[in-house]
Design a protein. Structure first.
Length: 577
């Protein structure tokens, strides 16, 4: 494909492309016999932070394409910058990939596995006059680089002899020079229209302890050098990356073409770019996510408001819902922003089928049923999920004293208020019809208790079981309810695209939603949840979907709201239809 055709393709809308244009490329390669019919991909994260939902898209794409085409997918850590990398991130990434449902089998690699070979490749480039040691500072290199409209200038060190370059490079490796004193650069073309080809840096001096190689190395390869050669050494056929690396592809190809490795055995990797995922009401930059953590603006990398995979997991998202989301958004050649409502729609669809229905009162208001016998406990039967009858039923206790939601009672309600009011009737879910007789208030005039009567013939199987009232409320028995803390999460940012005003100097943190977390400490849940395991998910009737958090506050169960019941995306699609 010519550069002109490539540019034209990148300008097309996602709708004009196949659902998965990368699969089309792979299919053509298989049909033509390219790569001896092999498909070998890799997921190559840098271990300098936690993975986010954008990485989940890449994980699903790389592992999914390999599986769909009878191929293999490696997990490789591109660990070329030890100053920002930690073993903690390595372990979290491995856990995230497994949790999403993928496995690399015995194909776990690190760029650091190839440090010796990469060094030898660099020496080869020096010997062939394709690389040189440069003494310019980082700032000077930027000045010499030129601009998009002006060519760069050659470094005064560009024409050093092979012998001098080899000697200096070895001394760099041996730690004789301080950080920043010298770099190894490729000798390509300082007048290239692509700035990435203007003698890019291949190695820099960095006296940092590496999480795997320790203090063996004082120089480390740059990502743009280590990445393509790691692909080549692993026999990768299709090197799939995000669109911002499109301008780096000529350098990727240059590195692969100009070093001597067994191309007949390993083949030649092809870089293919796709649009990265952008999501409304969040940021997807690893640097910005790290800033949120370091500034204490969130509770850590796994804060349920974060778009990290760890955060989504703690929020209660399922791997199935995330994979479904990644499949729905497709693979495009043009960057766009996906409405977070689609992600929420995917988790609703998933949990609607699998989550048991339970009763929980988030903001309790006491109800005393004055004509119900004291000390009597009645066990009533209710379904676990009306849409999935095979999930069975459970027993819930009914007693004289109950709790309902504060918002389910109004003393002076508007016309179409179908919940409880003075003199009004409602049905308690899977129980009786009650009528409010008296409102009890404290000294400040706040409602603290309702006195009601019940119709003993109105429960299931009774003569008045089919008597119709307009409202049905959830409730819990005061005697049996389990205290719980409930955390209600909202979007982390108030602005739909918090990065929009960055060029004008706006700080993205200024758009943080101060009400993104509300903690309710007096909530009550039905007794069936007393031993609910961590990460178990439920639909709280009329409230939304919730998950059991690993925390326990003063011995209480803690529930995170995953998502509410209102499906914005479904409404949007319905209007579009």
């Amino acid at each position: 494909m010519s550069d002109r055709d490539e540019k034209k393709l990148s300008q097309e809308t996602a709708e004009d492309l196949p659902v998965n244009f990368i699969q089309s490329i792979i299919s053509q390669d298989l049909q033509s016999g390219k790569n001896q019919g092999r498909v070998h991909t890799r997921f190559p994260p840098e271990p300098n932070g936690y993975l986010h939902i954008g990485h989940a898209k890449s994980i699903c794409l790389n592992f999914g394409l390999a599986a769909a085409n009878g191929g293999l997918c490696n997990l490789r850590f591109d660990d070329t910058n030890p100053s920002k990398e930690e073993t903690e991130y390595v372990e979290s990434i491995k856990e995230n990939v497994r949790w999403l449902g993928f496995d690399w089998d015995d194909r776990l690699y690190y760029a650091s596995d190839y440090f010796d070979q990469l060094y030898e490749f660099a020496c080869q480039l020096i010997k062939e006059g394709k690389a040189y040691v440069c003494d310019l500072s980082a700032e000077e290199i930027r000045e010499y680089r030129g601009t998009l409209t002006e060519p760069g200038r050659e470094s005064p060190y560009r024409n050093r002899s092979v012998e001098e370059n080899l000697d200096l490079f070895e001394r760099m490796k041996n730690g004789e020079f301080p950080d920043g004193a010298r770099v190894l650069r490729a000798k390509i073309d300082m007048a290239s229209p692509n700035l990435n080809m203007r003698d890019p840096v291949l190695y820099r001096i960095q006296h940092s302890h590496h999480h795997r190689t320790g203090d063996k190395w004082c120089i480390y390869p740059m990502y743009d050098y280590a990445h393509p050669l790691s692909d080549a050494l692993e026999s990768i056929t299709h090197s799939i990356c995000t669109l911002e690396f499109a301008d780096h592809r000529p350098l990727y190809d240059w590195c692969v073409e100009n070093v001597d490795y067994d191309k007949e055995t390993h083949g030649r990797p092809q870089q293919i770019e796709f649009a990265r995922l952008n999501l409304t009401y969040t940021v997807m930059s690893k640097r910005k996510l790290r800033l949120l953590v370091e500034k204490g603006l969130v509770r850590g990398w796994d804060d349920p408001r974060m778009p990290t995979i760890a955060g989504l997991r703690r929020r209660g998202y399922t791997p199935e819902a995330i994979r479904d989301f990644c499949e729905r958004i497709g693979v495009a050649k043009r960057n766009s922003t996906v409405d977070i409502a689609l992600l929420e729609h995917c988790i609703r669809e998933d949990l609607n089928q699998r989550a048991p229905r339970v009763m929980a009162v988030l903001r309790p208001l006491k109800v005393v049923i004055t004509n119900y016998p004291e000390n009597q406990v009645e066990w009533l039967t209710t379904e676990n999920n009306a849409e999935q009858p095979e999930m069975g039923t459970r027993e819930i206790p009914f007693t004289r004293e109950l709790y309902i939601e504060q918002e389910d009672f109004m003393e002076d309600p508007p016309k179409k208020f179908f919940r409880l009011r003075p003199g009004g009737e409602v049905r308690l879910k899977s129980a009786y019809i009650i009528q409010c007789q008296e409102v009890i208030k404290d000294d400040q005039g706040q409602i603290i208790e309702l006195h009601c009567t019940y119709d003993p013939d109105s429960k299931s199987g009774g003569p008045n079981a089919n008597r119709r009232v307009k409202g049905t409320l959830h409730w819990v028995s005061a005697q049996h309810a389990i205290p719980a803390e409930v955390r209600l999460y909202d979007h982390l940012f108030l602005k739909e695209n918090p990065d929009d005003d960055e060029e004008e100097g706006a700080d993205f943190t200024s758009f943080i939603n101060p009400h993104s977390l509300e903690i309710l400490t007096e909530s009550l849940v039905e007794p069936s949840l007393a031993s609910a395991p961590v990460e178990s998910r439920y639909q709280f009737l009329r409230q939304g979907y919730f998950v059991v958090d690993p925390d326990k506050t003063n011995g209480k169960l803690v529930f995170n709201r995953i998502v509410g019941l209102r499906d914005t995306w479904a409404k949007i699609k319905s209007k579009e239809g």
